[in-house]
Design a protein around this ligand. Structure first.
Ligand SMILES: *[C@@H]1O[C@H](CO)[C@@H](O)[C@H](O)[C@H]1NC(C)=O
Ligand SMILES: *[C@@H]1O[C@H](CO)[C@@H](O)[C@H](O)[C@H]1NC(C)=O
Ligand SMILES: *[C@@H]1O[C@H](CO)[C@@H](O)[C@H](O)[C@H]1NC(C)=O
Ligand SMILES: *[C@@H]1O[C@H](CO)[C@@H](O)[C@H](O)[C@H]1NC(C)=O
Ligand SMILES: *[C@@H]1O[C@H](CO)[C@@H](O)[C@H](O)[C@H]1NC(C)=O
Ligand SMILES: *[C@@H]1O[C@H](CO)[C@@H](O)[C@H](O)[C@H]1NC(C)=O
Ligand SMILES: *[C@@H]1O[C@H](CO)[C@@H](O)[C@H](O)[C@H]1NC(C)=O
Ligand SMILES: *[C@@H]1O[C@H](CO)[C@@H](O)[C@H](O)[C@H]1NC(C)=O
Length: 564
């Protein structure tokens, strides 16, 4: 059993806090110094080891050696204390193997601390503390944490699997990190955090939803991007696409065919919202007919087999007449090469899941894939990672004296890695399971579709859709990765360039306004930047079922649009 024991006088209130009670602590004191003795002398949590890694000064850097998941150096940090925490938890033994993971914290100086805590999600199958994405919220003043998920690996590596690590990746590492992270934050500052937030995209989105389903008191607000919530169906769908590709090599879509496909789709679908702007805003209204570009001349057409590849990638994947996974949306083709371009069938995403996580059989080959994989995957539900406990009424309504939790979820319609319809499916199923109407949902859970945005960030160059709104991990991409072909000259590393901490442009700042000041998020203005960070275009993203509708004026200016 895991029992926090505190030598400090605030023990009672901290124990209450662990179960999510936001009562004021009986007494507060000055923050501790960024030194190991601050933790070892005062707090004793069984199975918890706290290590001070670094005291970063303003505009300083941090990089963790040996981090396979998130190796990047982060610069332009505010003054903060870098802490890592190793946790082992035996509560589940003997029904499940012992839990063991690390998490990291950025603790801003007391003067810069906004009195709140923020948990940041991971990506893909990565094992490692997500320091880069933790660097975004710390600029707002959050004490920020992220877990390594209990293993060490890059994002496309699934070979670390053991039953213990699966459960840790599935949900245990996030949950325990939030519980212990809140205790340590209160301990460090001598004051309990006032609010707890979450931000994550893709696997990070799944982790946030899974924790909300696990513990209604973990967060007060969550920013959830393109969640990989449906692990048991998403993974076989990825394998099925690879199977289609490998068993139909005549159907391989090369760069030329993909370009032809995207250009033809853009020409036919762009104006379905009555605005010709290179953004496919209403993909569901475009009854794209691929036969117009099927012929035997490969310089201007797709072959029948290539057309078949595209059609099976758009189509829902059904098994025994039941939906396994939604297919991809028209307009997502630019990102298909991420899966299609993987020629190695034994690493990455293709079949590692069936081979290592479901069948546990290293002789498994792509030829062994059948639809049975979906049923097997449902039966195994590795690590209980799938976030399908849709009745989160307890998060919505948290009892007397506590505000209900809020969720802002978003998904790019040009996402070629996780079908955007999976998010709508999640929204629909949560609506049904909580017995809510759409109006009820809008009071606590809003879903924003982002036309032209790919997976979590970016847009195809020929779309140039506004995709930047300080979504989870977006600032990291602006700052760390080549953007529009160049390494950016600047990028503050957080919020929205030119509009720092402005809730009109910044989804996280908007969520904070919703949670703390009951100001619902009616829209967020997304921005497309030029390489020099001048603004190219802006446009609102809208809470479902509303869509951005052009009223009058410059189509590249958000003020010409309304959510309708
Ligand atoms: C961000 O804006 C909020 C609301 O206006 C304010 O309370 C907070 O201090 C600001 N934070 C920073 C870091 O500017
Ligand atoms: C990820 O790690 C695996 C296992 O070590 C390795 O085979 C693979 O090449 C790595 N992938 C990348 C993109 O680094
Ligand atoms: C796979 O099988 C081996 C040998 O039986 C076992 O030790 C291991 O725990 C299994 N792995 C998983 C993920 O179940
Ligand atoms: C330890 O694990 C149990 C069971 O999964 C969980 O309820 C508890 O919150 C965990 N505690 C910590 C501090 O991680
Ligand atoms: C586009 O314009 C036509 C003609 O005015 C109108 O019937 C249609 O509803 C409009 N479509 C959208 C999505 O606004
Ligand atoms: C979600 O529900 C709406 C309204 O019932 C429906 O139109 C839509 O098709 C559903 N979408 C998914 C992906 O379940
Ligand atoms: C945020 O941006 C809006 C729209 O441009 C502007 O009206 C408002 O003054 C800004 N808020 C702050 C606090 O700067
Ligand atoms: C916006 O980007 C497009 C494509 O890169 C470019 O052609 C256009 O000039 C830019 N517009 C502005 C106002 O910067």
């Amino acid at each position: 059993m895991f029992l926090p024991m505190l030598k400090s006088t605030a023990a009672t209130s901290l124990a209450l806090f662990a179960s999510g009670v936001h009562s004021a602590p009986p007494q507060t004191r000055a923050a501790l110094s960024c030194s190991t003795s601050s933790f070892t002398n005062v707090v004793t949590l069984p199975g918890v080891t706290v290590t001070i890694q670094s005291a970063v000064t303003k505009s300083g850097t941090y990089q963790e050696a040996g981090n396979l998941g998130f190796p990047q150096q982060i610069d332009l940090l505010p003054s903060l204390c870098v802490v890592t925490v190793k946790v082992t938890n035996t509560s589940d033994v003997p029904t499940k193997p012992q839990s063991s993971y690390r998490f990291g914290m950025f603790l801003p100086t007391a003067a810069n601390w906004n009195k709140k805590i923020m948990t940041v999600g991971s990506a893909s199958f990565a094992g490692g503390i997500n320091w880069p994405d933790m660097a975004e919220p710390v600029h707002y003043g959050f004490a920020t944490l992220s877990t390594d998920n209990g293993h060490s690996s890059n994002g496309s590596d699934l070979s670390w699997v053991t039953p213990a690590r699966l459960y840790d990746w599935g949900y245990r590492a996030v949950h325990g990190s939030v519980v212990v992270g809140k205790l340590l934050t209160a301990h460090y500052y001598g004051k309990e955090p006032t609010y707890s937030y979450y931000s994550g995209c893709s696997t990070g989105g799944r982790q946030g939803l899974r924790e909300i389903q696990n513990d209604a008191n973990a967060f007060d607000g969550a920013l959830i991007g393109a969640p990989a919530w449906d692990t048991v169906h998403l993974m076989p769908w990825i394998s099925k696409m690879a199977y289609n590709r490998l068993s139909n090599t005549d159907g391989t879509l090369g760069t030329d065919q993909l370009n032809l496909l995207v250009d033809t789709i853009l020409a036919q679908c762009d104006s379905k919202d009555n605005v010709t702007d290179n953004v496919i805003s209403r993909p569901e209204q475009c009854n794209f007919d691929i036969s117009q570009i099927v012929c035997s001349d490969p310089t201007r057409c797709l072959s029948q087999a290539q057309a078949q590849t595209a059609m099976t990638t758009w189509a829902d994947y059904t098994v025994n007449g039941r939906l396994a996974s939604h297919g991809f949306t028209i307009g997502s083709e630019d990102q298909w090469p991420v899966y299609f371009g993987d020629t190695n069938t034994l690493t990455g995403f293709d079949f590692s899941y069936e081979r290592l996580w479901i069948n546990n059989d290293t002789s498994y080959r792509w030829q062994d894939y059948t639809d049975q994989a979906v049923l097997d995957s449902e039966a195994v539900n590795p690590g209980q990672a799938t976030a399908n406990r849709f009745d989160i009424s307890a998060y919505r309504t948290r009892g007397p004296g506590k505000k209900g939790g809020k969720i802002m979820m978003y998904h790019g319609l040009a996402d070629g890695l996780i079908p955007p319809k999976a998010s709508l499916q999640f929204y629909n199923q949560t609506m049904a399971a909580t017995g809510s109407t759409l109006d009820d949902m809008r009071s606590w859970f809003r879903f924003f579709e982002v036309p032209g945005m790919q997976h979590c960030f970016f847009t195809p160059a020929r779309f140039n859709a506004p995709w930047y709104f300080a979504g989870s991990g977006q600032a990291t991409q602006l700052r760390l990765l080549p953007y529009l072909g160049i390494r950016p000259a600047r990028g503050d590393g957080w919020s929205v360039p030119n509009h720092l901490n402005n809730s009109s442009y910044d989804a996280l700042a908007a969520l904070v306004q919703w949670v703390e000041n009951d100001k619902p998020v009616d829209q967020v203005i997304a921005t497309a930047f030029n390489a020099d960070f001048s603004v190219n275009r802006t446009r609102p993203i809208c809470p479902y079922p509303q869509v951005a509708t052009h009223r009058s004026g410059n189509i590249n200016d958000a003020s010409s649009w309304k959510c309708v």
